[in-house]
Design a binder for this molecule. Sequence first.
Ligand SMILES: *Cc1c(COP(=O)(O)O)cnc(C)c1O
Length: 232
Amino acid sequence: MTTIACRLQAVNERVARAARAAGRLPQDVTLVAVSKTFPLSSISEAYAAGQRAFGENYLQEGLEKLRNLVLPDISWHYIGPIQSNKTRPIAENFSWVHGVEREKIAVRLSEARPEHLPALQVCIQVNVSGEQSKSGVPPEEAPDLASAISRLPRLKLRGLMAIPEPTSDLELRHARFRALRELRDDIVRRGIALDTLSMGMSGDMEAAIAEGATMVRIGTAIFGARAAAPPA
Ligand SMILES: *Cc1c(COP(=O)(O)O)cnc(C)c1O
């Protein structure tokens, strides 16, 4: 087995163990392999080992990869920041967008989503840590944004996404993920069907799964340590 295939297997085992420990089914947690900064060959290796969902967060790099890797059943998730002048290529090429945080961006994504493709699946990014620097809507604004997005014809609102601040405080880690789940439940009670909680990365996937993550976005644990981000 290649290194990536071994690591992928180990991550799938971590996900399954965490799901079972929480009384959940392993198949209820989707693994998105975050391949940003890694070459096509790394993605091909993971694909050959059975991985199908991949996450990219630098647009040019992601577009180049998905144009060069046309493989059956592969799905591409855009997980990076969204500039309003980049909504068209995102809407034309990806299946999922995880970081929607403004209605204006959602409208543009919906307008640009080609008719021949299924609706673009989106998550609203929520700032559960309350830091000034982090992106995401404040939790109290999420219900209104959800209701606006749910009316857009070419988008399918799937759920919420968060990237809590890294912390070694396990209680706090759980509290941040729990806050996202409770917000999701609150929005569902208001009549908007959300089935996705995109939360958990290499360092905190167990806590996220314990608190109800249905999608974990894992890079380092599959592909190894990343070099510095490419220039914007
Ligand atoms: C890079 C990235 C990840 C993956 O992080 P790892 O710690 O390498 O698993 C997940 N989500 C987002 C939004 C990212 O930018």
